[in-house]
Design a protein around this ligand. Structure first.
Ligand code: HEC
Length: 157
């Protein structure tokens, strides 16, 4: 009796098991793809913001201190999201993140924090200036904070 029950449940597992596992794996895979897409969107928004800031600050095109403050605030907010957008297990094919990011979690999050501080400094400074040149230093600090993290935790192209 016991062994027949066992045999029946083994059979049931054999039939249901692989399908259920496949569905579960697919769901996880989709979730992780969404996680990677979300962090890419965070990064792309910052890239666009940096492009607009560079035009205003380095080339003096349509300089608008209020716009600088908005863009710097966007970067500040987005860098604050970074520590939450790289959960364990989210290094999937297609991601450009380096393994080191998960191995040096604390250092990675510290690097994100430095970018947040640099972006906030740019936002604060933009309230005090009239000339684009007055923001060059603060802008460069933000650019360097992006680069520092990419150098350590993003695969080179
Ligand atoms: C604390 C680390 C960190 C900081 C700070 C950071 N990045 Fe990234 N960035 C990454 C990582 C890691 C990736 C790769 C993500 C992936 O592919 O999973 C990435 C990817 C990108 C990408 C490629 C997005 C895509 O389309 O795949 C761009 C563009 C980018 N970052 C721009 C920026 C800019 C601009 C800044 C600064 C304002 C910045 N990043 C700050 C870690 C960081």
């Amino acid at each position: 009796m016991r062994s027949r029950l066992l045999a029946a449940s083994v059979l049931a597992l054999a039939v249901v098991g692989p399908a259920a596992v496949a569905v579960a794996q697919q769901a996880t895979h989709l979730d992780l793809a969404a996680v990677v897409n979300a962090r890419r969107d965070t990064m792309k928004a910052m890239k666009d913001a940096m492009g607009e800031l560079a035009a205003m600050i380095e080339e003096g095109q349509n300089f608008d201190a209020a716009r600088v403050a908005d863009l710097a605030a966007l970067i500040e907010l987005n860098t604050e999201k970074i520590p939450h957008q790289f959960p364990d297990g989210s290094l999937i094919p297609g991601s450009e993140a380096k393994e080191a990011l998960w191995e040096e979690r604390e250092e990675f999050e510290k690097t994100a924090g430095e970018a947040t501080v640099a972006a906030k400094a740019l936002a604060d400074r933009s309230a005090l200036v009239t000339e684009p040149a007055d923001l060059e230093r603060a802008f460069k600090d933000v650019a360097m904070s992006c680069r520092a993290c990419h150098k350590a935790y993003r695969k080179p192209f």
